[in-house]
Design a protein around this ligand. Sequence first.
Ligand code: ADP
Ligand code: ZN
Length: 196
Amino acid sequence: MYGPKNHGWIEAIVGPMYSGKSEELIRRVRRTKIAKQKIQVFKPKIDNRFSKMDVVSHQGEKEEAIVVENAEEILRFIENDVQVVAIDEAQFFDENIIKVINYLADNEKRVICAGLDTDFKGEPFGYMPNIMAIAEFVDKFQAICMVCGNPATRTQRLIDGKPANYYEPVVLVGAQESYEARCRKCHTVPKNNGVR
Ligand code: ADP
Ligand code: ZN
């Protein structure tokens, strides 16, 4: 009835915003369906960029996902005969994400985790570095730098069009916030005591 049985392992798909992580996750999800493997896709509740119940790429491609409040909740939704578990926006999960994906991989699931490796400051993001460390396979993608056109490895945060300060609060009321892909050279994080 179902396709081939996997040995368990973890795959990490990382990079800045616009680097094609969601596209790659969606591509892998679609291929498991071609192989007639049973897959479940998860994402954390924090991200409601486009749609609540789907993983959506910036190109508009989408796949259905289960939205969970925290990492442990993934285990509550896992169906017995599932062979592949995909997780998008993995950087937003709590520390239990490590236990959860290790448990799944130890139990012969293929686990695919996509997420941002660095935050807008260029620093390691949440538990993504830990996921990269325990993963069997890591693919690191680059976007295109919106300033110079070189490969972009970072996510630039802009507030009212200007680079966001290192100490800027994550939620800003009344400000126009946006993000763009940039290379190391063009990525700017001012640190002047919170004054923009
Ligand atoms: P991620 O999940 O990494 O944020 P997506 O898979 O959602 O990325 O989107 C990748 C798509 O974004 C690309 O195929 C391209 O069409 C579009 N895109 C927009 N801006 C850029 C950029 N600066 N560099 C590369 N792709 C970009
Ligand atoms: Zn650049």
